[in-house]
Design a protein around this ligand. Structure first.
Ligand code: FES
Length: 103
């Protein structure tokens, strides 16, 4: 069952960038690509780097610690040194509010 929780305002996320948000004590990365918003875990599966502080190139987010790249749509680890995906979460936008499904 879906459990959508408000994560941010759309205006909090610059186009083509990612931000870090805390929701219910957990850390997530929100990325805005061509008006859409995607959500993945903020913690890199390689060594805990903060993905939401990385550079976004299209739908690819680069970990600022060692450069692994993740697909923000699916959470897939695209390049080494990360090999394990991060969780990706459904997002919906209502007005200016971004909601993330934590289920
Ligand atoms: S912590 Fe992310 S690539 Fe190493």
């Amino acid at each position: 069952m879906a459990n959508y929780v408000r994560a941010a305002s759309v205006d909090d996320i610059p186009e083509g960038r990612a931000i870090v948000v805390d929701i219910e004590g957990e850390s997530f990365a929100l990325a805005r690509v061509a008006g859409a918003v995607y959500c993945i875990d903020n913690i890199c599966t390689h060594d805990g780097g903060p993905l939401g502080e990385g550079e976004l190139d299209g739908t690819t987010l680069e970990c600022p610690r060692h450069g692994a790249r993740f697909d923000v749509c699916t959470g897939r680890a695209i390049t080494f040194p990360a090999v394990v995906p991060v969780n990706a979460y459904d997002v919906k936008i209502e007005g200016q509010d971004v909601f993330v499904d934590l289920e």
